[in-house]
Design a protein around this ligand. Structure first.
Ligand SMILES: Nc1ncnc2c1ncn2[C@@H]1O[C@H](COP(=O)(O)OP(=O)(O)OP(=O)(O)O)[C@@H](O)[C@H]1O
Length: 253
């Protein structure tokens, strides 16, 4: 479980997250939804320490997010992350890209020399099969389609064997059919591997279909939280209203 208590984050003078408090349950796929610039990506990046918070607390499975770089590196092993633009190295093979996810487990010297063990290769091949790309493992990543590249990125996150998977707009650059296939895959992985799944999405219909909980964010504040089985799209669109404070939203957290 991820717990955030009164988290504040600013970039320069801009307060991007304002006293954010929420709980994200392990078996409840959760989508962060809100207008552009609301602070969704920043919130996601705070969870794995990619962005350092100014104040407040983030607790993952009862362990406060460490600040010390060495402890943070160890902690990050348990959190995989995927991005809209996949963040692959295009001119190396699919398999090598996936193996990069094992660097968290590789001693610093080996990781500098990029030496992977046989178990590293076995795990990488296992997850490549899981995302349907085993046959393409020796192809250059840049030669694959957008949907396939996102599958590589998912496999790269999975070889970390994370407890939590954070996905920042994982389908924003994909066509609707491919987007659905990727979200189906993430849901399957969440169920089979018992990985906590937290996504940012822009499409309300996809959020309702794939999440069990939606956290609405506007101007750096959580303004509503919905169980997707008890809400309709019209209600959720209120997340996109201009909202300066949480007073008008009884569900505000
Ligand atoms: N590294 C950074 N340095 C300075 N400002 C930043 C940085 N990252 C984010 N911001 C600012 O923080 C605010 C929130 O950005 P963020 O990317 O979290 O929003 P978002 O809700 O994910 O938006 P989108 O849906 O467009 O991706 C924006 O005003 C953005 O410019």
């Amino acid at each position: 479980m991820i717990r955030m208590h009164s988290v504040n984050k600013s970039f320069g003078r801009e307060l991007v997250l304002k006293s954010v408090s929420c709980h994200i349950e392990r078996y409840t796929p959760t989508v962060l939804l809100g207008p552009s610039g609301a602070g969704k990506s920043t919130l996601l990046r705070c969870i794995n320490g990619l962005v350092d918070i100014d104040s407040g607390q983030i607790i993952v499975d009862n362990i406060p997010l460490p600040r010390h770089p060495k402890k943070l590196r160890k902690f990050r092993k348990s959190i995989g992350m995927i991005f809209q633009q996949f963040n692959l190295i295009k001119n190396i093979s699919v398999l090598e890209n996936v193996l990069c996810g094992r660097l968290a487990y590789t001693p610093v010297l080996s990781s500098l020399l990029t030496k992977f063990t046989n178990p590293d290769y076995e795990i990488a091949c296992y997850y490549l099969a899981k995302v349907g790309l085993y046959d393409k493992r020796y192809q250059k990543a840049g030669q694959l389609s957008g949907g396939q590249q996102q599958r590589i990125a998912i496999a790269r996150a999975l070889v970390q064997q994370p407890k939590i998977l954070l996905a920042d707009e994982p389908v924003a650059s994909l066509d609707p059919k491919t987007a659905t296939a990727i979200l189906d895959l993430l849901t399957k992985i969440h169920e089979e591997e018992k990985i906590t799944l937290v996504l940012t999405l822009h499409a309300v219909d996809l959020a309702i279909k794939y999440a069990r909980k939606i956290i609405g964010i506007n101007r750096g504040q959580i303004i509503a939280q919905y169980d997707t089985d008890k809400v309709n799209a019209a209600e959720i669109y209120s997340v996109y209203d201009n909202c300066d404070n949480s007073d008008s939203y009884p569900e505000c957290g």
